[in-house]
Design a protein. Structure first.
Length: 147
């Protein structure tokens, strides 16, 4: 993965990240967030994957259902954020829409994906911290802006 800072103003930094063929998206973004010590950021991206696993949160089961995607797909939309998890680690949360050859789309939480040939990410870090807290109703760890 290549990265470059595009702008820095009043504690806000904007980066361009370019992932290349074979890069695993979640691992690359986690490494970047850890290296830059991000505590609050949002990002969007376009590109393509050789394969992916997207998930759907089943409210009744309080668990994610995996949906493997074993084909080349276009990344029509990828949006996500970085926040601080309850244990102090950096949590990456991504939603994506993937386009198939026939024009149909798949959507969900991104769990894993391999880039082919590129993924172009614009990430903006905010100077404030965003923290996640456990939500007993959903069983999820969710961003709570008041903390």
């Amino acid at each position: 993965m290549q990265s470059r800072i595009l702008a820095e103003n009043d504690g806000q930094r904007t980066y361009a990240l370019v992932l290349e063929t074979g890069d695993e998206v979640m691992a690359a973004l986690q490494e970047f967030a850890d290296r830059e010590r991000l505590t609050a950021a949002q990002f969007s991206a376009i590109g393509a994957f050789s394969d992916a696993v997207i998930t759907f949160f089943d409210w009744d089961k309080k668990d994610y259902i995996p949906n493997p995607v074993g084909e080349q797909v276009e990344v029509a939309s990828l949006n996500g954020d970085v926040a601080v998890a309850p244990d102090g680690s950096r949590a990456i949360h991504i939603h994506t829409v993937l386009g198939r050859r026939d024009g149909t789309a798949l959507a969900g939480h991104l769990a894993e994906a391999h880039v082919r040939p590129t993924l172009e990410v614009i990430l903006t870090e905010n100077p404030a911290h965003l923290e996640k807290r456990y939500d007993p109703e959903s069983g999820l760890v969710l961003i709570r802006p008041e903390h």
